[in-house]
Design a protein around this ligand. Structure first.
Ligand SMILES: [Zn+2]
Length: 134
């Protein structure tokens, strides 16, 4: 994990903490400079979906609503439609002994969703921090 100052496509600079392998970070930075926007502009956009994170049994559950336009992409990423709650969900097993690894996995998942235009209600994860208890 490391911090990078990124000039987003909107023209604003912002410091971001990135996760995962170096090549994934570089790919994300290249995307952010080409198409991504800073937090303020991000908040002002109409999202392709809205992500919230919760727990379900012992697992951490990602829940995405208002995302009809990207439903095929979500299915490819392993999300399933929950018709009773009207959300797409994906569960991630949680194991306290592997929390650092799981946290990185989840933050990478959020980065992947953001690339689809999904807004994270927390924008990089206070809920996750609480669930994983750093
Ligand atoms: Zn901006």
């Amino acid at each position: 994990m490391a911090k990078y100052t990124i000039r987003f496509s909107c023209g604003h600079e912002e410091e971001k903490q990135l996760f995962g392998p170096q090549k994934d970070r570089e790919r994300w930075i290249a995307w952010a400079e080409r198409e991504g926007v800073c937090s303020a502009c991000y908040r002002a956009q109409k999202p392709a979906g809205v992500l919230s994170v919760g727990s379900n049994g012992g697992a951490i559950e990602f829940r995405i609503r208002d995302c009809f336009a990207i439903k095929d992409s979500l299915r490819e990423r392993g999300y399933r439609w929950d018709g009773s709650r009207k959300i797409w969900t994906k569960s991630f097993g949680y194991d306290a002994a592997r929390k650092a690894e799981i946290r990185e996995q989840l933050l990478q998942e959020i980065q992947g969703l953001e690339a689809l235009g999904v807004q994270d209600e927390d924008h990089y994860g206070d809920t996750l921090r609480k669930l994983i208890q750093e």
